[in-house]
Design a protein around this ligand. Structure first.
Ligand SMILES: [Zn+2]
Ligand SMILES: [Zn+2]
Length: 169
């Protein structure tokens, strides 16, 4: 099992392997380390996020949207060339083929588990069935929470700035 996550300390994307015996998760890009909650990994299953300890995770296809769009865009460019040389069958053929590649890719890729709160992605985890699919309400809840936290941090920062100015006078 492995997790791809944005490190809360250095903000870089990193990857780490884990198993039920893992007691600590470390960032591969900086010296940051944090403990893994007891019972977070039960057998091959994941009960909660190892990065931000949220218990809300959802299943999604392990399919990069960027790749999907890139394939379609490439198909469009190639078909335009055929269109330019007045080869309509090839034009439509290429468009159809790239759309088909997208569909097939989408169908063959496996599922992954993603954390609503910190967007960490878990691969190779079993028992995905008891985590639901994407739920907009839960997503919105975490998004609002993030905005509130950011506002709080900004207010604290501002308050500290005022304090410093007051003390320097
Ligand atoms: Zn880091
Ligand atoms: Zn998380």
């Amino acid at each position: 099992m492995n997790v791809t996550f944005r490190c809360p300390h250095c903000d870089q994307i990193g990857q780490a392997e884990f198993d039920p015996a893992t007691r600590e998760l470390a960032c591969p890009n900086c010296p940051a380390k944090w403990p893994v909650c007891e019972g977070a990994v039960a057998g091959d299953e994941l009960r909660q996020c190892l990065v931000c300890p949220s218990t809300e995770l959802y299943i999604r296809k392990d399919f990069s949207q960027t790749l999907g769009v890139a394939i379609v865009a490439l198909g469009f460019v190639i078909s335009s060339v055929f269109w330019y040389y007045r080869m309509p069958l090839w034009t439509y053929g290429v468009l159809f083929a790239t759309a088909l590649i997208d569909v097939v890719l989408y169908l063959v890729v496996g599922n992954l588990l993603q954390c609503y709160r910190c967007q960490a992605q878990y691969r190779g985890v079993a028992g995905l069935a008891h985590h639901g699919g994407f739920d907009l309400e839960t997503h919105e809840k975490h998004r609002q929470q993030k905005i509130r936290l950011a506002e709080q941090a900004a207010e604290q920062e501002q308050a500290r700035g005022t304090d410093q100015r007051a003390s320097s006078v």
